[in-house]
Design a binder for this molecule. Structure first.
Ligand code: NAD
Length: 356
């Protein structure tokens, strides 16, 4: 099969980790007889330098005409003094909006080989941890009406949390579908004891559950969920939650796994279209030094194969290759511990390609 991928290397370590991922994808293509056709486009700081805009129209058009978008990272010190709406990171919000990416999937998987990097006690995570956080990405308080007004206590500012039934329904369906492919357990996180929008959220998720009788659904308040994640993370399989709660919970869940250099993510639109990227940023402190861990980006490509292209076997191949490199004791600086073999960005790519 032929697949069209819009490649957005971005800034800092973005181009380095994307380069290694392309090598991995090409190896998969060679092994399984697929052809991945890449169109490289500009976004973030690189786009500002070349065109004056962080997200040129040409980039949006090419992304929309591709089967999937694959992004490294954007941002860097050079552009930090620009006003908020002109900064490189603005490109991410623009892409989410333009591409209708309403569901953000962030797996928090604790690799057995990296258990030492987990900040929790060994007995809490013994036997591993594998959670998928499904975060609503285009609604809620981040996109609600905002403004300023005078109050009895003086000048004030407000942001409105608003969810339509339809927005909750579509993210709930994504989460139930994911649960069906995994452990068939879904935790919906809200603040229904206080917020009207959360009561609507809970009602709609409960209605959608009727179409998934095999999935065990429970509801949890956000404050309790934040606590349970560090007390007993193994109780979770799939978590579904709103934009703001998901922003916080997915970071908490991912920190439990140890290194930011290991965490992939997917943002999905209706249908199979998606944008895939590592959770980490552009890491300007280590850019261009062959120090970046490309595994998060390479694991994001496995998510792309699984969710957008329906190539599960190929995705398993990439994930198993990453595990085998870790098992053989190779480590980039971010996950290095005594007794392991040090490698850089490029060598990690070499080893994963060879393992495939
Ligand atoms: P960061 O994730 O770039 O870096 C945080 C720390 O983790 C740094 O010490 C970095 O060296 C390390 N790190 C990150 N990725 C790594 C990897 N693959 N291998 C090894 N070490 C890694 O976050 P930051 O420093 O807060 O932000 C740097 C820039 O990236 C900023 O401009 C920020 O706005 C941007 N950013 C972009 C995205 C994105 O593109 N999705 C996400 C977060 C931050």
């Amino acid at each position: 099969m032929n697949y069209k991928i819009a490649l957005v290397p971005g800034d800092g370590i973005g181009p380095e980790v994307v380069e290694q991922t392309v090598r991995v994808l090409d190896k998969i293509g060679e092994k399984y007889n697929h052809k991945f056709n890449y169109t490289t486009v500009l976004a973030g700081g690189a786009a500002i330098d070349a065109t004056g805009e962080c997200l040129p129209q040409e980039t949006i058009d090419i992304c929309k005409n591709s089967d999937a978008v694959f992004l490294g990272a954007v941002g860097g010190w050079q552009w930090d003094t620009l006003p908020g709406d002109k900064r490189p990171e603005r490109a991410l919000l623009g892409l989410r909006k333009e591409l209708g990416l309403f569901a953000n999937l962030r797996p928090a998987l604790l690799f057995e080989e990296l258990a030492d990097a987990c900040p929790l006690k060994a007995e809490i995570v013994s036997g591993g941890m594998d959670i998928l956080v499904v975060r609503e990405l285009t609604g809620g308080i981040y996109f609600g009406e905002k403004g300023f007004k005078d109050t009895e206590l003086g000048p004030a500012a407000y942001d409105i949390e608003l969810y339509s039934e339809e927005e909750v329904k579509r993210i709930a369906i994504v989460a139930f579908d994911m649960a069906m492919k995994r452990g068939k357990k879904l935790t919906s996180v809200d603040k229904a004891n206080v917020l009207e929008s959360s009561r609507l959220w809970r009602r709609i998720v409960t209605e959608v559950a009727k179409d998934y009788p095999e999935v065990e659904l429970n509801h949890m308040y956000i404050d309790n969920a934040a606590m349970q994640l560090v007390r007993n993370p193994k109780q979770f399989d799939v978590i579904v939650t709103s934009n703001i709660f998901g922003d916080i919970l997915s970071d908490e869940a991912s920190m439990i796994t140890g290194s930011i250099g290991m965490l992939p993510s997917a943002s999905l639109a209706k249908g199979n279209f998606g944008m895939y990227e590592p959770v980490h940023g552009s890491a300007p402190d280590i850019a261009g030094q062959n120090k970046a861990n490309p595994m998060a980006t390479i694991l994001s490509s496995a998510m792309m194969l699984r969710y957008t292209f329906g190539l599960s076997k190929e995705a398993d191949d990439i994930e198993n290759a990453v595990k085998s490199v870790l098992k053989a004791g190779y480590r980039t600086p971010d996950i290095m511990v005594d007794g392991m073999k040090p490698i850089g960005t490029k060598e990690t790519g070499d080893l994963i390609v060879n393992a495939i």
